[in-house]
Structure formats: structure tokens, C-alpha cells
Design a protein around this ligand. Sequence first.
Ligand code: GLA
Ligand code: ZN
Length: 673
Amino acid sequence: MPDTTPTGLTRLAFGGDYNPEQWPESVWHEDVRLMREAGVTMVSVGIFSWALLEPTPGTYEFGWLDRLLDLLHEHGIRVDLGTPTVAPPAWFYRAHPDALPVTADGTRYEFGSRGAICHSNAGYRAAAAAITTALAERYGAHPALALWHVHNEYGVPVSACYCDSCAAHFRRWLAGTYGTVDELNEAWGTAFWGQRYTDFGQINPPRATPTVGNPAQALDYKRFADATLRENFRMERDILHRLSPGIPVTTNFMTALSQCDSIDYWAWGREVDLVTNDHYLITDGRRTHVNLAMAADLTRSVAGGAPWLLLEHSTSGVNWQPRNPAKAPGQMARNSLAHVARGSDGAMFFQWRQSRRGAEKFHSAMLPHGGTDTRVWREVVELGASLDSLSPIRGTRTQADVAVLWDWHSWWAQNLQWRPSEDHDPRERADAFYEALYDRHLTVDFAHPEADLSRYPLVVVPALYLMTEAAGNNLEEYVENGGTLVVSYFSGIVDEHDAVHEGPYPGALRDVLGLTVEEFSPLLKGERVRITGPDGSELSGDVWTEFVVPRGAETVWTYADGLTAGHPAITRHRHGEGSAWYVSTRLDVHGLDALLGWAADDAGIAPRADLPRDVEVVCRAGESGAFLFAINHSALDAKVPLEAHGTELLTGEGAAGHLGVPAGAVRVVRLDD
Ligand code: GLA
Ligand code: ZN
């Protein structure tokens, strides 16, 4: 069995992508010296090195990598070794021009960037297997080797190819999935617009069409493309497991939906030995630490709650957003330790030394262009020391309070065309509910809709348009057994083929919610409706309203104006031992907070009103003890109540009663038993 943590790493992982091939070897010695100064424990190497390792087909030049791994080993730095299969060399494309991917409108990409790969291409698969085999044979037992890093960020920059090999591969996948073309016709609803097929050979990828294509076909293509990437990951992983036994294999995920939305990470989480993630702040004016927390919680959930590893983030600004602000002093440490609080056994960066050439020279790094007499470098050194003193938390697990349901297949379906309103953005709802839970200082696990939810007092469904019957039954059982459920509008509408569940909406959730929805009535741009509560108080909604008919549920809030005036806006259904809330409009922050407050009461979750806004408190616990992380993202000094005595690990001071957390600071208390 391979390890599930980097082999031989006895501290938290701290380091970054290390691309020394961009520098003369004399610089490597300075690199390792500075790595030691900063407390680096592991680096990721070789991710884009195919062209250097195999300069001509079948001839390998391993000398430089031998020297590099030996040097790192001499200095006690563990190695996360990449298979370079995301960057095939120029010679490869000369021999296999058909391995360049094709877009839905027929454009074939060119060589000259990275990740230009048709994953169905037999030539690519053979070449990727060969370089992986050669690397595994050479380095599989190297003493520096801690982890195999397969490929890079499957799903970006190309998530699906539409070429002829992919078409043939898609047909094979469809035949395997449906067995007969009649089954496929039924599932895809091809009776509509005369799309019936009489042979699998007639089916193509969802290439450009004059108007909207078949939605079930588009959804299946997402599944096919994801499954194809996973086939190639498995191919490499199995070679590595065979030739490098015991060493864990990972590939770096990008769980945050805004950075990669084409991968079903629930499925991928089961394939890797260790879940690793890349995360970059999206600086669009919103609270970036909330978005970060959400990505970290999602990554931990994909890892089944086990420790995972942040393999890339940035020390300061990135270079691929429209505007790339630097991080504020202290922000890098807060970011890093927020990932650690939420289950990462370390914090790694892209990249170690800032490049002078190439596309990413303006992306920050651990060692900036400005060298060691810089704020970034000083903060890097400080972070290395902090992580060193947090070593005892390795292997412990983050404790969650509530669950939010999440399903990539549902995202894919919701983003298909021709829906009741383009203003309904499911991602916006997920963010909004998450933010409201964050502001209540509740730690969130994400869960698949068919997962066992029995350990959570409260489960939130922000927007899950696609929901299988099995998921609906799962939620019903959860509530019957005493759970509290909160469901937002336009959930439980279609099955796995994007077909509307039989009977009134919401087919998968009617029984548990105790209601039906007769009609959707989305609002015009900027239009708002008022809703009134039992005591006459008022909330407001926009984007969406519905004609809800209670069938067992009680009406708690009612539309006061608009087309749905007089109809229920928020309902509650006592069902079995539990209760299920439904909200049929888009509530603003204030409304969401109120709704979650009532649901939290039902769930018996006590408010944590004694914690100030933007002070993040998260606990990790395990064999080595219980640890409370307090991260102050605000500009005000804060006090966090402590239920037990303990020792603050970053300052070494005793902590009891109230823990002082200065503005912008992080504190981690190891609680006494
Ligand atoms: C991704 C890639 C890295 C680098 C960073 C820059 O995460 O994996 O190679 O391009 O983005 O932010
Ligand atoms: Zn292709």
C-alpha cells in the first residue's frame, strides 16, 4: 500500500514548485542554501521538464535531474516529483499533430504554451506512459522521493477536445454506458427536434450547432471528458505504483469552481493516495478569505475529511487576472494558516524562485526578483518558522459543524443553455450560503447529495438543480431521522439525464419539503419583491420567485408584492423527527442570515455570537491533541473565548480564558486535555 502522506516527511510541507532548469546550475546551490534558511521541507520538481528529459524520442537526459535530486537530498529537502505529461515536447507534435486538441467550433490549438493535449490520442497516451515509466524506473526508489505529482491540474487549460479521435472514444463510452442506441435515445430525449439516432456511429461530440444542442448530450460530454482525463491519470498512477511501490501518487486539484469547473473531484478524490490542491485568491473585491475557506473546506471534503495538502498558492500577487494586487503584509501567513486550519498538512507555493523569462515572470514567488532583502522573503522565512512550530498538528482532522451539498454533475447541468433565467447563478447561491455560514462561525463540510449525512445537525442545499431520486430519498431519510434541511429554489428539478422528474416540481424533494411548485416566475433585471414574516417584519428577494403550494409544509414568510403576492416565500415542513425549510426567492445576505438562524435553532446549533466578524476560528483534533486556530482577518484586535487552558504554539505563551488575537494575526492554541 502506498503512503497517504509524503514519504519521509516528518514536518508540515513547506516549499514550492521548483523549476531550476530555468537557471544555471551555480544558482542551484544558492537555492538550497536559501531553502534551508526559509525552512523549506519539500519542493515540486520536473512538472514541465519533458523536453529536457527526453530531448529526442526515446533518448533520455537524466543527468541534471540526478544531480538536482541528490543535491536536495543532501540538504534534507523532500521531493514531490512531477511526471511532465502536461507539456509534451515540440518533436512530439511534429510526429503527432493530431494530438493537438480541437475546440467545439473546429479550431485546432497550436504548440507553444502548455496543456495542449487531446487525451483520447493514442500517440499521446503511449508517449506519456513511456516517459512516466522511464522516470519511475530511474527515480522510483530515490531517497529524496516523497510524492509523485502526476501531470498538472487536469481540466485546465483544456477540459474537453472535440476532435475525431474524441468522437470515436465518446461513441465507445456511450456504448459502454447505454448498451443500446435505443437506451441512449430515451435518456437523451432525442424524440425532441427529431434528433433520434439509429446507430452509435452517427453520434458526435456536441460541436458547434446553429442553435441550442441536446442538453443531455452536452451533459454526457462533460462526464465523458472528465472520465477520459481520469483514464489517463490512472494509467500513469498504475505505472508509478508498480515501479515505485510505497510512494504516494497525487495530482494537483483546483477544487474552487471558479478556477476549474470541469472535474468531478468526488470521483478523483477516490483515485489519488493524497488529495492536493492549488488555490489562488480571486481579487474581485469580495472577501477573499471567505472564498479561500470555502475552497479549503471543499478540498478536505473531497479527501473524505483526511488531511490534504495545499500544493500551490501565491506569496503575493498572481499575473493572470485583470488586476493583480500584492498581498498585504501578513496576508500570506493568514492565507497559508487558514488552509492548514481547514486540514492541509502544509502550505506550498507556485513557485520557489521568480522566473526571469516566460509567461509567468510577473507572478510572485517565495524568492522574488528583488532577492532576500524584501518583505516577501522575510515573510516567507517567518512562515517557515511558524509551520515548524505547528508540526504537532500533522495528521489531525478539522472538525465541521454543518454540511453543504455539492455536486459537479449538477453544476454542469445547471449551466446548460435555455433556463428560466440567466440571472440565476448557482455558484452565487453556494457562495452566499457559505458566506452566511462563515459569518455564523460555523465550519462547513461539503457532501455529495447521496452521502451519509447523519452526523450533521444541519444540511444546506444552496442550488442543486440536478438531483437523482436516490439523493431525494437520502434527504428524506435524513430529515425523518431528525436532521434539519434548508433548500434553496430551483433544486431537485431534473434527474441525471437532465430530464424533469415526473410530476410537479421539485420532483426529488416534494415529499421532504411538503410542497409543490406550480410555476417558476423569475424577476426582471433589478426587480425586487418584499416578503413578510409572521410578526410583520420584512425581507427582500430578487432574481427568482415561484408559485409554491404547501402540501404539509407551513408558510412562514409570504410574498407581499409581485406576481406571487400572497403565495408562500419561505416554508417549513416538520417531517418525522426533523424539519425541512424551503426558500423560493433569492434572499439577500440579511435574509439568508435570518433563515439560517431559524434553521440553526431547529438543529440545536447554539449561536457563537461572542466571536467578532472576520475572526475565523477552526479546530483540528486527533491523536496528537486538539488545536484551536484563530485567524484575525479584521483590522481590529480581537479576543476569542477559550474553553480549556492551552499553549499558543506560535508565541509559546500559555493561553486561558480569552485568547488575544491582534489585528491581522494568527494564533494556534494546543488545548490541554
Ligand atoms: C497554476 C499552475 C502553475 C502556475 C500557477 C500560477 O496553478 O499549476 O504552474 O501556472 O497556476 O498561478
Ligand atoms: Zn481529441
